[in-house]
Design a protein around this ligand. Structure first.
Ligand SMILES: [Zn+2]
Length: 363
């Protein structure tokens, strides 16, 4: 309840909401860089300070550089400690990434710059959706993804309240490729669900999602240490259509990242859904037990696609056979696709994966 109220207050009070007439999010699109180059038709720039006015950037091009003694805008020292703000009616290229909305370039407090795209939430979703789910997935699956992504972004905005930006642009948050990833099909899904978020007892849901679960999703507590009642394991039809089975052989050298001279690795404890929870590592007389999450992190999220696996040893190498891709909590994207193909609506898909939640329209 507290957070939803916060959201509503935020919608009314957030300065961007006045300027844009709509909800915005602030995405860090380049962090820790020494130089940011911008170009775009009708590009204008001003200092981030009270009473400053926009001026045209010469030839629609501009550059901010951080040197030892501070920030420089097109060769002139920036006098505002907060940096500068750009706007344009059209798409702006920011160090090669095409974005909409406004861009702030600020000092990051560690002698470098951060470029922040201040973008209307709905435009951000047009871009994010194409990066998170294939645009050829059925419309109801895309709509479910749109609601989950909107909920996720708003929640991050509230959590980062008062900070210069709310979200990064990599897989750590939601992958943001700027306007490059926009697609008419994802735009339709975003527009059809405009302002809709997923709630549980009047609170915004932590709308985690993943590529494929392998047949059953994982609980929030086992997958992510988030013991939330709506992140319960549920049956999933993704194996009907998704390439869920995988196999990967790790060499002795790769396995040594877990423990020097590793001789044996075995699952000693499973979660309620059968995923690896604790793994015992042995090297000679040394033995230690690590969590499945740490095991996957060390070997690489892309290499070890999920925790739904079995390990076998041959010579010095270890073969891991598993199912699914991702942490397994919340909505399974391939499962959402399958449910949509079977005629389920996006609301039914969401309530399948997020138990006891409901869709609410907040603007
Ligand atoms: Zn699934």
């Amino acid at each position: 309840m507290r957070r939803l109220l916060l959201t509503l207050v935020l919608l009314i009070l957030w300065p961007g909401a006045w300027a844009w007439g709509e909800e915005t999010v602030r995405i860090a699109i380049a962090e820790g860089v020494s130089r940011v180059a911008l170009s775009g038709k009708g590009l204008q720039v001003r200092l981030l300070a009270e009473g400053e006015r926009y001026a045209d950037a010469k030839g629609g091009k501009s550059e901010v550089v951080h040197q030892k003694d501070g920030m420089y805008l097109d060769g002139a020292r920036v006098t505002s400690p907060d940096g500068v703000r750009y706007r344009s009616e059209a798409i702006v290229q920011v160090s090669g990434k095409p974005v909409r909305g406004q861009i702030e370039v600020r000092p990051n407090g560690r002698g470098k710059l951060v470029a922040i795209n201040v973008v209307p939430l709905e435009a951000y979703l047009h871009a994010v959706l194409g990066s998170e789910m294939p645009a050829y997935f059925p419309p109801e699956a895309l709509k479910a993804q749109a609601v989950a992504a909107r909920t996720y972004a708003l929640q991050k905005k509230i959590a980062a309240w008062g900070k210069p930006y709310h979200l990064g642009s990599t897989v750590l948050h939601q992958v943001y490729g700027g306007t490059r990833a926009e697609d008419p099909r994802t735009k339709i899904a975003v527009d059809a669900t405009r302002g809709e978020v997923l709630t549980h007892q009047m609170d915004l849901v932590e709308a985690y999602f993943h590529s494929s679960c392998g047949g059953q999703t994982e609980s929030g507590s086992a997958a992510l240490g988030r013991p939330l009642s709506y992140l319960k394991p549920v049956k999933c039809p993704c194996p009907d259509i998704a390439p869920v089975n995988w196999e990967k052989t790790f060499s002795a050298k790769q396995m040594a990242k877990l423990m020097k001279g590793l001789k044996d690795a075995r699952i000693v404890e499973k979660t309620a859904t059968g995923r690896a929870n604790r793994i015992e590592l042995r090297s000679g007389k040394t033995k230690k037990t690590i969590s499945g999450v740490e095991f996957r992190q060390t070997l690489g999220y892309g290499e070890l696609r999920s925790l739904f696996f079995q390990i076998s040893k041959k010579g010095g190498a270890f073969t891991v056979k598993g199912k699914g891709f991702g942490h397994g909590a919340g909505m399974c994207q391939w499962g959402a696709r399958r449910l949509a193909e079977k005629g389920k609506s996006y609301r039914e898909i969401l309530s399948h994966y997020y138990t006891g939640t409901e869709v609410m329209r907040i603007y």
